[in-house]
Ligand binder design. Structure first.
Ligand SMILES: *[C@@H]1O[C@H](CO)[C@@H](O)[C@H](O)[C@H]1NC(C)=O
Length: 329
């Protein structure tokens, strides 16, 4: 027996090492079984470029929807992230801006490429939570709410040009390099977590675009390495920022829906480059997104800087089938 037991215990040790699990946060649903959130990206400009106006409207919509939390798709502090945990930009771009009662909820936050130009270790530091307990920023992690799992992923290290042609910028690759190992571990963790998920909704969140018709267009590295994992594991939505606009694009060869919410401050790029997936909605200005989920239904709304509803999209899921229904406003 001992001869059998020894290899088995070694094997289980190896397996648990290989499954370097992503950090999981449990966030409970409302009593009625629903969840409402706001998604905002590309915001931290000390209130300028209409950041404050967007924040005010988020406060109103957040109250109406009685939101449970906020997701930030990154580029939290322009232009170059935080200089340290004592950087006043943290208060000036976050705490002093999103002051509405309804926004005093957790902000589950990923890093954007501009955040990588500063002190990333500082932006990830729990010391910031002593200044403002809402700010929960990690590289890659999971928020689980029973009917939905959000898989928040660190996309900046994927993008080759930040490594090879940083154009005078410094990227803080501490704890990331070498790139290949970091990316392959992350993809494996993501794949394992998606495979293990039994949630009704699987939503992946990253800073960079997968499909976008605005300035940054698609992110080739994500299409190559991450998109196959999303499609294979029946991910419902990929939600990102990076392009400073609001977009909904439907995959033409899978049920995957792409949503860009990157309108937190500076916008109006004036760029439109179509791609081969189906563009459902594109707004080149400031704004944000709400998402309401129940076990069977998803409702997504985009709002502009004045809080006007620009676009509404709903989807019902019956058993394993997808029955999308679109209502444009
Ligand atoms: C801010 O929003 C107003 C509309 O309320 C718009 O006229 C203005 O151009 C916006 N400013 C910037 C910098 O985008």
């Amino acid at each position: 027996m001992a001869q059998i037991l020894l290899p088995l215990s070694l094997l289980s040790l190896l397996v648990s090492v290989a499954l370097a699990d992503l950090t999981r946060i449990e966030h409970s649903l409302k009593n009625d079984g629903s969840l409402s959130i706001l998604v905002i990206g590309d915001w931290g400009r000390k209130g300028t470029y209409n950041q404050s106006l967007v924040a005010e409207q988020m406060g109103k919509v957040g109250k109406e929807l009685d939101i449970d939390f906020v997701i930030s798709t990154g580029d939290n502090f322009y232009e170059n992230g935080l200089t340290g945990v004592d950087d006043k930009a943290f208060e000036q771009s976050f705490s002093d801006i999103y002051t509405a009662d309804s926004l005093q909820k957790p902000w589950y936050t990923v890093l954007g490429n501009h955040d990588y130009r500063g002190d990333v270790i500082a932006q990830l530091s729990p010391a910031l939570q002593k200044l403002d307990g809402r700010f929960i920023c990690m590289r890659s992690f999971i928020v689980n709410s029973e009917i939905v799992e959000f898989f928040l992923v660190d996309t900046t290290p994927f993008v080759m040009k930040y490594w090879t042609t940083p154009e005078g910028q410094h990227y803080d690759w501490r704890d990331v390099e070498p790139r290949d190992t970091y990316i392959s571990n992350l993809l494996q963790d993501l794949n394992n977590a998606l495979q293990a998920s039994s949630a009704n909704w699987k939503i992946v969140v990253g800073h960079h675009t997968m499909r976008s018709v605005s300035e940054h267009r698609d992110t080739a590295e994500l299409l190559k390495y991450m998109l196959p994992i999303l499609k294979k594991n029946s991910v419902d939505f990929y939600v990102n920022g990076h392009d400073h606009c609001l977009e909904h694009i439907s995959s033409t060869d899978s049920p995957l829906q792409y949503f860009t919410s990157g309108g937190g401050s500076k916008a109006w790029r004036g760029t439109y480059i179509p791609n081969s997936d189906k563009l459902q909605f594109f707004y080149d200005g400031q704004g944000f997104m709400s998402l309401k989920l129940t076990k069977s239904d998803a409702d997504i709304i985009f709002y502009d800087v004045a809080g006007r509803e620009l676009y509404k999209w709903s989807m019902a899921k019956i058993n394993q089938g997808h029955l999308p229904s679109t209502v444009a406003m």
